[in-house]
Design a protein around this ligand. Structure first.
Ligand SMILES: Cc1ncc(COP(=O)(O)O)c(C=O)c1O
Length: 388
């Protein structure tokens, strides 16, 4: 039995995933497999560091401990094999905040920014909120899985797109991009003078057999945004890091942060991040093995009992992208069926863009028995409707 089989009872803690079910799905009893966080306690070294700092008792204005930067640099080097200079590391409350700042720093209102759809919903709003135009570069769904469309990407840059926001690994399709693919994106961005912005919040969640490559390793002018929040379940502590080696890009980013009043330290976020990077690795290794076991269980269940549904191969993230198009339901009817008949709270495919129609995203970062129960409920509901 793994520690992850136990999980943590989050009900009543005001967490979104469990406690907002009635508001979001209209039913408080769906199995919640939506918000991208985990039903697991953070690593013990993180909890200990927070308790120790809390015992100090004074929480007045504070600067960063220099070891906060060391922890990021060492994590990138030891875990990912990427050398990051200390001065390249900046802190930000969240990766979405960083994306918002980065887009405004590199593109002017009216200019276009590429996003590879389907993609995490806020990618659209950060572009729109900067007054920029979204240039979709849809991913192609092939027999061999999801691929980037490089010809269309080149066309986008030729048309004048100023930047691309990469999701690396990609939420919701679960792809870890190959180094050659990232090099190709980088080469095109350099050729056409576009900025390469990468959301790497899921980078640590590479499942066994898959190795994520940071854009920091392929393009010295890239802006990469990482966080310990997704990896170690610390999202409400609001802490992330920006890796920006190019001094001009870094200054533009910092200036835009200041303009938006994003400054100051979130003390407990910084404490948790450092503790996670310094002491959370054994927990993370166990987590990845556990998630991979759940991934295999889902794939087996679908193949044996629900073969009309398919799932994209999960390489990174704990988010499985379910292709439910074979059920021939309109998106609204599909969502209603999943909530009302199957008792499931999943993320709608259309949150990720029009390309997500007929798809649903299932978060498997919960004790495996919850996922198994969800699949059983789904099968029973499909049977009752004569759909399997
Ligand atoms: C790709 C991606 N980026 C960013 C975020 C959110 O990051 P933050 O809470 O640091 O803004 C998520 C959360 O689900 C995500 O999946």
């Amino acid at each position: 039995m793994s520690q992850f089989d136990l999980g943590v009872n989050r009900e009543g803690s005001f967490c979104l995933k469990w406690d907002e079910r009635k508001a979001v799905f209209g039913r408080a009893d769906v199995i919640p497999l939506w918000v991208a966080d985990m039903d697991f306690a953070a690593p013990q070294p993180v909890i200990d560091a927070l308790v120790e700092r809390a015992r100090h008792g004074a929480f007045g204005y504070s600067g960063h401990d220099p070891r906060d930067v060391d922890a990021v640099v060492n994590w990138m080097k030891n875990r990912h094999g990427v050398e990051v200079a200390r001065e390249a590391v900046l802190f930000s409350p969240g990766v979405v905040d960083s994306l918002r700042v980065a887009v405004a720093a590199v593109a002017k209102p009216g200019e276009s920014v590429v996003v590879q759809t389907p993609v995490y919903g806020p990618f659209y709003s950060v572009v729109k909120d900067a007054g920029c135009v979204i240039r979709r570069n849809p991913l192609i769904h092939t027999e061999a899985g999801w691929q980037m469309d490089f010809d269309d990407l080149e066309a986008a840059f030729k048309e004048g797109a100023r930047a691309i926001i990469l999701c690396n690994p990609h939420n919701p399709i679960g792809r870890v991009w190959r180094r050659e693919e990232l090099e190709k994106v980088s080469e095109l961005a350099v050729r056409y003078g576009a900025a390469l912005i990468a959301d790497e919040i899921h980078a640590d969640l590479e499942l066994p057999g898959h190795k994520n490559t940071s854009v920091s390793a392929v393009n010295p002018d890239a802006m990469a945004f990482i966080a310990a929040t997704k990896t170690f379940n610390l999202a409400a502590l609001r802490q992330s890091s920006a890796l920006i080696p190019n001094p001009d890009r870094r200054k533009a980013f910092q200036d835009e942060m200041s303009r938006r009043g994003i400054n100051g330290l979130n003390l407990m976020g910084a404490v948790a991040q450092r503790a996670a990077y310094e002491g959370g690795e054994p927990w993370l290794n166990e987590l990845l093995t556990y998630l991979d076991g759940t991934r295999q269980a889902v794939e087996k269940y679908l193949a044996e009992r629900l073969p009309m549904l398919s799932v994209s191969p999960l390489m990174g993230t704990y988010l499985m992208w379910l292709d439910m198009r074979a059920l021939n339901m309109e998106q609204e009817a599909l969502e209603k069926f999943l909530v009302e008949k199957a008792g499931l709270g999943l993320s709608s495919g259309v949150f990720f863009g029009e390309e997500g129609r007929g798809f649903m995203r299932m978060n498997i970062a919960t004790p495996r028995h919850n996922v198994e129960k969800a699949l059983e409920q789904l099968e029973a509901a499909l049977k009752a409707e004569g759909l399997c």
